[in-house]
Design a protein around this ligand. Structure first.
Ligand SMILES: [Cu+2]
Length: 146
């Protein structure tokens, strides 16, 4: 798993540069049908019986970053029975950097991990889709400035 992630990150070292005005993170630019999530580290309700937290593994900067998601039951037991998908894009130039929804990989410790490429400064969005038993439970997005 670690090796795979490292290989993925190595494969993603090509940068893109666009001349574009950097807009501030703006909730009105969130993806349709996605709820804007509370800030990283906060507990977010996930269906009736679970919650999750999310955060970048390290403070994000230009280049490659890893988004982490951890899911727990309401009683606080880690749960890895969900499928989590995600993508990163810039709301002000939607589609320009999107890779399409990718599955988060599950680490040995039960943390969901997704490498994302933050290729230019400006407004960014990481979107999350949580599925359980084939059904979508929550769509959320995190808006931030880089
Ligand atoms: Cu861009």
């Amino acid at each position: 798993m670690r090796v795979l992630l490292a290989a993925l990150l190595l494969a993603l070292v090509v940068f893109e540069v666009h001349p574009a005005a950097a807009l501030a993170a703006n909730p009105s630019l969130a993806k349709r049908d996605f709820q804007v999530l509370p800030k990283p580290g906060e507990k977010v309700p996930l269906g009736p019986r679970h919650y999750f937290t999310y955060a970048f593994a390290k403070p994000p900067k230009l280049g490659n970053a890893v988004m982490r998601v951890e899911i727990f039951t309401r009683e606080g037991a880690r749960d890895t029975s969900f499928t989590v998908k995600g993508d990163a894009d810039m709301p002000s130039m939607r589609g320009a950097h999107a890779a399409g929804d990718q599955n988060f990989a599950l680490s040995k410790k039960g943390v969901y991990l997704l490498p994302v490429r933050l290729v230019m400064p400006g407004d960014w969005e990481v979107s999350f889709v949580f599925q359980k038993d084939g059904k979508t439970v929550l769509r959320g997005c995190y808006l931030f400035d880089l």
